[in-house]
Structure formats: C-alpha cells, structure tokens
Design a protein around this ligand. Structure first.
Ligand code: 5CA
Length: 440
C-alpha cells in the first residue's frame, strides 16, 4: 500500500475523551472513529487488525471442530419470550418495533436464535454433538460505554454454541472451547488466564472468563501466579481426544473474578508470595448451562431408547473488537502501538526519507516491489512529509519493521532496519535488509 494513496487519518493531539492508552492510541493512529457513544466506524488500519484477529479466532474455532454459520443481528422478540429472557434482560437490550408492529431486538447474544435453528433440524442423538459459531455484531445498550472498543455498545463477538445429548458430552464440548481459547489468545500474543466466573444473564453453573492482566482492566481478579505463565496447549492437540487433563491442570490453580472470589480459600490454597490480586480485561467467557434454553424452547433429541430429551447446551464468547483494544493495552509504549506480527495491519513499513530524489525513489520502489511480491504486506511512505513526521507516524501505528531509506545512507550503500518492539536499528545493504525481511 502506498501511503500517498491510502486513508490513514492520524491525529497529533491526544484526544481529551480517551482515558486509557489503548483508546487514545486507537483514535490517534486512525484505527476507529466514534460515531455515537460506544459505536464506531472502523477505519482502514483498524479494520485490517480486526480482520486478522477474526481470522485467527475462526481458524482456532474450526480446528476445534466448531462449524461457522451467520445469524442475523435482528432477532424476533418472540423467541426471547419463549426462553423467558425478554423481560429479564432489561435495559441493555435494544428493542425495536417494525412497520407491522412486531417486536424485534438487536441481538446482544444468540442462545435463542441458535436453539431455534437446532430444534428445526436436529431430532436424533445421532446428529450430535454439534458446535455452531458465528462472528457477528452485537448490541448492548451499556449504561456506561467507555474505553473505546473495550466496552462498546455495538461490538463484534465470536459466539459459539454447543449441543450435546448429556452432561458428559457437554463437558467435552466445554473442554474443547477451553483449549481452543488458550491457543487462540496465545496466537494473538496474549497471556489469557482462565478464571472461575459468574455466569450473569447467560445463566448456568459452570463458567470461566479468560482474563488478560492489565492495570486498566475493568475486572478485579485473584489468582495463583504460577497459572499466569503456563504455556498454551499448542496446535498438535487432538480435539477428538480427552482434553480433561489439560483443563484440570489449569483449573487446579486458584483463579477467580471478584464475584467468585473467596478470600479465605485464596489464603488457604495459595502461598502468600504467589497470591496475585490484579486488574484484568475479560476477552472471552464460556458457559455450561445445560437445559436452560432447550427445555423452555423444546429443543429435544430422541436418545437411543427412543425417548425425547432436552439438549445440553453451552455458549462460548470472544470479544473480537474488544481484543483490538486489549492487545494494544498489553503492547504499547510512549511512542505508540507495538503490534504482534500475527495481527499487525502491515508487516513492514518502507520509509522514503527523500521522496522526489531519483536514487532514493528507485531504492524505495525496489524494496516496496520485492516486499509486495514476497507477500510481506508493506506500507510504503512515499509522501514528501519530513523524516521526523514519518518516524513518529510509523512508531505510532506500530508496524513491526521499518525499512528506512535515505540519500545519505544510500551514498554509503546502506539502508536502516528498525524493529519497532525493541527499537533496535541496524545499518545494512538493501539486499541484506530484504533478505532479513524474507523478500530477497
Ligand atoms: N452468549 C455468551 C457467550 S457466546 C455471551 O454473550 N457472553 S458474554 O456476555 O460474556 O460476552 C462474550 C464476550 O464479548 C466477553 O467475554 C467480552 O470479551 C465481549 N464483550 C461483552 N460485552 C462487550 C462490550 N460491551 N463491548 C465489547 N466487548 C464486549
């Protein structure tokens, strides 16, 4: 992408309304623009990151055996009347009346819709287990939308729903999501800690939140420090196999959100120096709720004995748009964002320090072409802005590598390669730089 042809509306000044680093940086780096409280336009750079996160989430859902569908944002109130949640959900639900005076709502979650899909098509235990997921916009009329995309009103969620004949099957489905989540967050460069949590309006009695430690997090959490650094299960996990040992290994440690915290138990079970009490960001939340939706909505399957029985369900959410903010919260410095390579909007920035100078232009074009051909997704700053401004923009938007090309260096036969994360700079020939960037 040539910057001269791109839309990158960066801001010099720190926006006054933003209280935390990720929100400030998302506005300054031109990732999003607020349209109304908690409602955003995703600008090109932000959209690239959002899509990359979405792709990783999707790949790990698919790997675990979940199957993608796409449910509507607008849902019929009648379905929610069947489950009994239409009244219960309260003011967070945005209720809409259509021209025929029918009650609709903008879905804050999709247990009812997916249960309706299931009961329509699935009649026998032989058709289970199933896990259907979608990545779709949700709306919750949050009383206090804040921190940018972290607590939005309109936000992108991955929500998966598992269906099994019995509780043992549902536990296996829960375990698959538990393990898939550990791998997903690790791929995003995050350390997400599973913690016992309150199921809230989704319901049920088994629930874990996946929490990233961050001072600006909205949740107070308590856990054993030894849990924080456990490595992820990894790609070779057999999702058809027994995942209980992996889940047991994690859940053996004390880890709870404030609502589930028991100070006495914490002190009994965790030696003082391992007790961690911190703030955290909830990036995922999984629930087992059994027959909570299937029973009132009459979603049953016949078992081997010919008897109809309600399906056992669970649901599994990831805050896809929240993750953009959460990653920045976990990875930034004074100068701006530091994207992990897996989700960086561009892999390499090429900085032409003297656009219009024939030699510099030629070298920068060579680099840009080679990087593009190699699939390294470069952003080429071919504008005539001052070098200082170019450096600060690239630091702000957090592209992992900066290839800096200027007339003085070229006279000596060198360019400069800067790694955003460490700030380390290296002078080397253009060819050597391209080799290092995988584009020679
Ligand atoms: N149906 C279940 C699981 S599919 C559900 O809705 N769970 S949830 O309420 O916990 O939401 C799932 C995830 O969405 C949360 O873990 C969080 O990461 C994200 N999320 C929830 N509310 C917001 C919000 N207002 N803004 C941004 N992300 C949110």
């Amino acid at each position: 992408m040539r910057l001269s042809h791109y839309f990158l509306p960066v801001m010099k000044d720190t926006p006054a309304e933003a209280q935390i680093a990720s929100h400030r940086l998302m506005l300054r780096a031109g990732l999003v623009k607020q349209q109304s409280a908690g409602i955003y336009t995703w600008l090109p750079l932000g959209l690239r990151v959002l899509k990359k996160i979405e792709t990783i989430v999707r790949e790990e859902q698919d790997r675990s055996g979940a199957i993608e569908i796409l449910m509507p944002t607008m849902q019929a109130a009648d379905l929610w009347r069947e489950s009994g949640r239409y009244e219960d959900y309260g003011a967070e639900m945005l209720r809409i009346v259509d021209r025929h005076e029918r009650d609709l709502l903008f879905g804050p979650t999709a247990e009812e819709v997916v249960t309706d899909v299931l009961r329509t098509f699935v009649k026998s235990y032989r058709d289970l287990p199933l896990n259907l997921y979608n990545i779709q916009w949700k709306f919750r009329d949050e009383i206090r939308p804040r921190f940018g995309v972290m607590r939005g009103r309109e936000f992108l969620m991955k929500d998966a729903y598992s269906f099994d004949v019995d509780q043992a099957g549902a536990q296996r489905a829960y375990n698959r999501m538990f393990v898939a989540y550990l791998n997903t967050f690790a791929r995003l460069g995050l350390k997400a800690i599973p913690m016992q949590a309150d199921p809230g309006p989704i319901g049920g009695d088994l629930s874990h939140e996946f929490i990233i430690l961050a001072e600006t997090g909205e949740s107070q959490v308590f856990c054993d420090r030894d849990l924080v650094d456990l490595p992820p299960p990894g790609r070779d996990i057999d999702f058809a196999g027994d995942l209980q040992p992996i889940v047991d290994q994690r859940t053996a440690y004390y880890a709870a959100t404030e609502e589930k915290h028991d100070a006495g138990e914490f002190e009994r079970r965790v030696p003082e120096k391992r007790r961690l009490s911190a703030r955290g960001i909830e990036v995922g939340h999984i629930f087992y709720f059994g027959e909570k939706y299937s029973k009132p909505m009459n979603a049953t399957v016949t078992g081997p004995d010919g008897q109809a029985r309600p399906i056992h369900g669970g649901s599994y959410g990831i805050g896809v748009s929240r993750l953009v903010g959460a990653v920045i919260e976990a990875s930034h410095d004074e100068a701006g964002i530091i994207w992990p390579e897996a989700i960086a909007p561009f892999q390499v920035a090429v900085l032409n320090l003297k656009a219009g100078d024939a030699t510099t232009d030629a070298a920068a074009e060579t680099a840009y072409t080679a990087l593009t051909r190699a699939g390294r997704d470069p952003l080429y700053d071919d504008t005539d802005a001052r070098p200082g401004a170019k450096f600060s923009t690239m630091d702000l938007i957090g592209v992992p590598w900066q290839l800096i090309i200027g007339p003085k260096g070229l006279e000596k036969g060198v360019v400069e390669l800067k790694e955003r994360r460490t700030g380390a700079r290296e002078e080397l020939s253009l060819e050597a730089a391209l080799t290092k960037l995988g584009a020679a």
